[in-house]
Structures are given as structure tokens and as C-alpha cells.
Design a protein around this ligand. Structure first.
Ligand SMILES: [Zn+2]
Length: 238
């Protein structure tokens, strides 16, 4: 291995992208990817669901405070009913390293109860997926939080790819779309940058994105139009 290749590989791993991973492809040449959409439900959720209809499934990580209204609950119920997976992203999106363990437990449990009710209403089993806000796994409380999640039946499903060495009980990601850099932006540069990041995805990459207008209006329609990526939820292929 050339030194320069090694350095590039190391840098890639640090950035959460593994340039050495084998590029698998499905039999029809399309790559299966897990698009994950955080921080909803919000005003973009229905638009995202409309665009996805008949075009694949994604995984939402919803916030309890957004689910705790009739509107939010209905949007999440629609997502579950239409075959998408819905996971827990805490109640109020805190940095888990900055709150007490019992506050962390409450963040997880309050949201869990809402998500459980949504699945009960839909007659679908709750897959019990959890993603930490900001990827902050709780620092000193990490082991305590992990135990809480395990005791509540949470698992990583397909969230964490062994190729990236990040197998754990919560859901991480293997590719960052960096849509958060373009919150509320709709400029051509923003669209091209986010699409460029998504198009680097390999088979079974877990892509981090958010419930932003850029996703509903541009990125998801472009992925569907290009047709080389198949959108599947984290619960599929288990
Ligand atoms: Zn978030």
C-alpha cells in the first residue's frame, strides 16, 4: 500500500468514510442505501412522504417534542403506515454529555412511549432504533445510557456497519450528507454539494440527513430521478 493511499485511507476513516470498502452492487446495478432523516416530524415531513411514495423507504429519527402534538403524531403515523421506519432521537435534542443520566433516561423514555403508541395504532412492531443528537453518546454516562437502551430492547439493527468499526446499540451513520450546512438554503451550490456527498455512497451506507426543505424539494427527488440508488429502511434486510 502506497504511503499516500494509506494517509488518504486514514483520513477517510477519521471522517467516517472508508475509501477501502468494497463497492458492492445489487443485481440490477443499483446500490441499496439507508437514508436516515433526523429531527422531524415537521412541516417538511408530508412533502418528504409524498415524494417517497412508491419510490422507496427511509428511516426517520423523530423528536419526542415534535411527536407530542396531534399534527406531529399523525405525520409519524403516516410514515410508519407507509413502510418507513421511525426511530427515537430523544425528546428535546440535548447534548447527552451535558445532562444527568436520569434526564437522559427521561429523554429516551418519553419519546419511546410516543413512538410505541404510533406503532400500536398502526399495528406494526416498533423496531426500537435510537440515535443520539449530535452523535453525542453521553461521555461519562455512555455506559449507563447504553444499559438503558439495551434494557428497553433497543438495538443497532443495520445502523452501524462493521466495516466502519462502529457497531453499538445506538444508530450512527457511515456517510454525512452535510445537509446541515445548508439549513433552509435552496441555492444551486448547496444542492450540488449535498447531492455530491450522497452520490459517493456505497452499498448499505447509512446516510445522515435532516428534515429540511433541501431534502424534500431537491435531494430526495434527485435521488429518485437518477435511479442508481435504492432507498431501503434500516429494518429491511435485517
Ligand atoms: Zn438531530
Amino acid at each position: 500500500m502506497k504511503r499516500s493511499t494509506f494517509i488518504a485511507g486514514g483520513l477517510g476513516l477519521l471522517l467516517g468514510y472508508n475509501p477501502f470498502s468494497v463497492l458492492f452492487a445489487s443485481s440490477d446495478g443499483r446500490r441499496d442505501i439507508y437514508l436516515t432523516i433526523d429531527d422531524g416530524p415537521n412541516k417538511n415531513t408530508d412533502d418528504i412522504l409524498n415524494k417517497l411514495k412508491g419510490n422507496g423507504n427511509v428511516s426517520f429519527f423523530f423528536l419526542g417534542e415534535n411527536l407530542d402534538t396531534k399534527k406531529g403524531f399523525e405525520k409519524a403515523y403516516r410514515a410508519v403506515s407507509e413502510g418507513h421506519s421511525v426511530g427515537n432521537h430523544s425528546y428535546s435534542h440535548p447534548y447527552f454529555s451535558r445532562i444527568e443520566l436520569n434526564e437522559g433516561r427521561e429523554e429516551i423514555e418519553r419519546t419511546h412511549e410516543l413512538i410505541e403508541r404510533i406503532h400500536d395504532k398502526a399495528g406494526i412492531q416498533n423496531p426500537r432504533l435510537f440515535r443520539f443528537p449530535y452523535g453525542d453518546t453521553g461521555s461519562d454516562n455512555r455506559e449507563g445510557l447504553k444499559k438503558i437502551l439495551i434494557d428497553m430492547g433497543y438495538s443497532s439493527y443495520n445502523c452501524n456497519d462493521e466495516r466502519y468499526g462502529i457497531r453499538d446499540v445506538a444508530c450512527g451513520w457511515t456517510l454525512d450528507s452535510k445537509d446541515w450546512k445548508h439549513y433552509m438554503t435552496k441555492g444551486e451550490y448547496a444542492i450540488q454539494e449535498v447531492l455530491g456527498n450522497v452520490s459517493k455512497s456505497k452499498e448499505h451506507d447509512v446516510i445522515l440527513s435532516h428534515s429540511y426543505p433541501i431534502m424534500s424539494s431537491y435531494i430526495i427527488p434527485s435521488i429518485i430521478k437518477r435511479g442508481n440508488l435504492r432507498l431501503i429502511s434500516l429494518v429491511e434486510n435485517k
